[in-house]
Design a protein around this ligand. Structure first.
Ligand SMILES: N[C@@H](CCC(=O)N[C@@H](CS)C(=O)NCC(=O)O)C(=O)O
Length: 285
């Protein structure tokens, strides 16, 4: 890595040796890197994912659907190990040209089709089952708004703050300051809203909460980015804390947070799979 200050060349070229936790998998190109098909199970929904906050959004949605009695929402959850470049398998790129988990294949109808991007998957399932999406235009618009807020803010938390505070090969004050400020601002946005309403889009739990909970929850609880919670004084956001604790007690959120994880269920194919886990994992945090 060059010593500061850095003067950008006229034309950027890719330097594979730039270090960082994801240097081994990141490249400036898209497309498949290996011919490999994906497994297919017996359920109407086939999910290819990993238990990161983006992946947990979808497994929480499925577990909430099943908890609410939607038996048609049964799913197989297969692990895509992104550190082993499985997101670049040809079968995965076919269902997500962006090569990022989560990606879903809906096989519930006569012709299977793909859905990628966690927000799109949440919307697809919410519309299909008429679940966690308010029916009235105002409630619906508010839910869409908070869902898109989450989708657009996640990269500042993970790709911005998490990357520069925890993963980058060197600590760059400018970058850490910029993203620490932005993450605190995002927590303040959520905190002010949650001072007025029980859930993000109002009185009811919606897919906007499902989208935001894994991200705000993991950072708030200090489980991400070398205890970034302390660095960012996140205990100040008391309304976010109240909301994280409330959602964290929901059985669907608890089960969904454990799927596609080495410390939970690496794969999930039946409700009974959870019976094999240490019961302590199935308690609220
Ligand atoms: N906007 C996407 C982001 C998905 C995403 O960033 N996934 C990460 C894991 S959390 C990933 O697959 N990274 C692999 C890579 O960048 O190669 C979504 O919400 O679905």
């Amino acid at each position: 890595m060059a010593d500061a200050p850095y003067t950008p060349p006229e034309v950027w070229t890719w330097d594979k040796q730039n270090g960082g936790r994801f240097a081994g998998i990141n490249r400036p190109t898209a497309g498949p890197r290996e011919e490999r098909e994906l497994p297919v199970g017996r359920h109407p929904f086939q999910l290819y994912s990993l238990g990161t906050p983006n992946g947990q959004k979808v497994t929480i949605m499925f577990e909430e659907l099943l908890e609410a009695g939607f038996a048609d929402a049964e799913y197989d959850a297969w692990t895509i190990n992104i550190m082993e470049s499985q997101q670049f398998w040809s079968g995965f790129v076919d269902i997500n040209p962006n090569s990022k988990i989560p990606a879903l294949v809906d096989r519930s109808g006569p012709e299977p089709f793909r859905v990628f991007e966690s927000g799109a998957i949440l919307l697809h399932l919410a519309e299909k089952f008429d679940f966690l999406l308010p029916p009235d235009p105002k409630g619906r618009a508010e839910t869409f708004s908070w869902l898109m807020w989450q989708m657009s803010s996640a990269p500042y938390i993970g790709g911005g703050f998490g990357h520069f505070y925890a993963y980058a090969p060197e600590k760059i004050e400018y970058a850490i300051d910029r993203y620490a400020m932005e993450v605190k601002r995002l927590f303040d946005v959520a905190d002010r809203q949650l001072a007025r309403t029980r859930f993000l889009a109002g009185d009811d739990y919606t897919i906007a909460d499902i989208a935001a909970f894994p991200w705000l929850g993991i950072v708030y609880r200090g489980e991400a980015y070398d205890n970034g919670a302390k660095f960012l004084s996140l205990h100040e956001y008391e309304n976010v804390g109240r909301w994280v604790r409330e959602i964290g007690q929901r059985p669907g959120a608890i089960r969904g947070s454990l799927v596609n994880r080495q410390d939970g269920l690496a794969e999930r194919h039946a409700a009974s799979d959870f019976d094999a886990l240490d019961p302590a994992l199935l308690k609220a945090k």
